[in-house]
Design a protein around this ligand. Structure first.
Ligand code: AMP
Ligand code: GLY
Length: 422
């Protein structure tokens, strides 16, 4: 088979490494990919959001199966366009991708079907939103831009001034563009956060091993929100009892709700959960694999990823074995100094060939560029160093030991990945 993976991050690298395990995967393309991915797949210069370009490349090369990984092409309808051209895919169509593409849509879906989520109101007029927040008078209050906002569309306002500033920048200055034409104002919840990725074929939902992201840039959950500075799996807070409650109250009802709305969800559905004193609540849905969650979840998958994806595309998930190892995994992100705000690129990366020194270590490339035989930094998140081990502490220790071998000018990493998972 000829496969095409759309995207260019550590998540895509982890997907490709896993797809490669199946001998059927004769040829793997990645569009656009990155320096490190080019060692595992043929990278092609088609932008992840270029729908026409992607369809014409896939047709031209006789690609059999396309895995659309990032949020923006999914929300733009790349899967629909590939289907129209007769090409098989993994990933939700445009109608189903709205579960991430519009927070107003997902909040209304949860309300309609009784899926636990923070209480909220929707506003398209900033004055009405401000009046509501003032009258409510409870802080912190959470403000979310409706549409995709590069993971930055959520603001936790500690007081009225911060709330007013947030609403001005989202709705009037439109810092996230059209994503800010509507906002969700919601109740602030507390409790441990859990990420659960789930395979879905529109009917059946099969949760993968749970994980824990570390979204803030600095140790102790300080600093700005990032795409994720590290992950561990499984998440210690996600006990078998919690898992059962989530299946009954959240996972199953979500899949049924999407089907009932005429938007059956096929692909990987990401449940961002908070375990509150009143039980598990949905903080957000993503219509795709999480990054860096995927970098700890897929290394623990024991059954074949390509077979699972093919089964999903044929609605055969119920008959397909999905099994995870009982081991643990940890991923430490090596980022450019200054990420997520301003950072320099083009720095020489050293120590990558030492990867093999730590048993069980894999280095996924997120933002790298090839320079002859070596690699240069080319993004905010540069590398994801993942280790698997029989227990969580060993996995974390091994990931840090492997990360120790690698360096580049200005390299930044958190030192406390997994500290809250004991
Ligand atoms: P998101 O971009 O939707 O992943 O949100 C970013 C982060 O904001 C989440 O991981 C949570 O830590 C936090 N967050 C979002 N919604 C709430 C909420 N209702 N209460 C408390 N924290 C929240
Ligand atoms: N790590 C969070 C996300 O992928 O959205």
């Amino acid at each position: 088979m000829k496969l095409l993976v759309v995207g260019s991050g550590g998540r895509e690298h982890a997907v490709i490494r896993k797809l490669k395990e199946n001998p059927k995967a004769e040829k793997i393309y990645c569009a656009p990919g990155n320096g490190g991915i080019s060692a595992d797949a043929e990278c092609v210069p088609v932008k992840a959001t270029d729908i026409e370009g992607m369809v014409s490349f896939a047709k031209g090369q006789g690609v059999d199966f396309v895995v659309v990984t990032p949020d923006d092409p999914l929300v733009l309808g790349m899967v629909d366009a590939l289907h129209a051209a007769g090409i098989r895919t993994f990933g939700p169509d445009k109608a189903a991708a709205q579960i991430e593409g519009s927070k107003v849509f997902s909040k209304n879906l949860m309300k309609k079907y009784g899926i636990p989520t923070a209480a909220y109101e929707v506003f398209s007029d900033p004055k009405a939103a401000i009046a509501y927040i003032e009258q409510r008078g409870e802080y912190p209050v959470v403000i979310k831009a409706d549409g995709l906002a590069l993971g930055k569309g959520v603001i936790i306002a500690q007081n009225q001034t911060e709330a007013v500033d947030a609403l001005h920048s989202i709705m009037e200055d439109r810092v996230f563009g059209a994503s800010g034409s509507q906002v969700v104002v919601e109740e602030f919840l507390t409790g441990p956060e859990v990420s659960v990725l789930a395979f879905c074929d529109g009917e059946t939902v099969v949760p993968m091993v749970s994980s824990m992201d570390h979204k803030r840039a600095l140790d102790g959950d300080q600093g700005l929100n990032t795409g994720g500075m590290g992950t561990v799996a499984p998440n210690i807070h996600y006990t078998p009892e919690v898992a059962q409650t989530c299946m009954e109250r959240i996972f199953r009802p979500t899949i049924d709700a999407m089907k009932a709305e005429g938007r059956p969800f096929s692909g990987c559905l990401y449940f961002g959960l908070m375990l509150t004193s009143k039980g598990p609540y949905v903080i957000e849905y993503n219509c795709r694999f999480g990054d860096p969650e995927t970098q700890v979840v897929l290394p623990l998958l024991e059954t074949d990823l390509l077979e699972i994806m093919l089964a999903i595309s044929e609605k055969r998930l119920a008959e397909t074995e999905v099994r995870f190892s009982k081991d643990s995994a940890a991923c430490v992100i090596l980022a450019s100094g200054g990420y997520p705000v301003k950072y320099e690129t083009g720095k020489q990366i050293s120590g990558l060939d030492a990867e093999g020194q730590v048993p069980g270590a894999t280095v996924y490339h997120a933002g790298t560029k090839r320079d002859g035989d070596s690699y240069l930094t080319a993004g905010g998140r540069v590398l994801g160093v993942t280790c698997t081990a029989p227990d969580g502490e060993q996995a974390v220790r091994a990931a840090y030991a492997a990360a120790e071998n690698i360096s580049f000018e200005g390299m930044h990493l958190r030192r406390d990945i997994g500290a809250k998972n004991r």
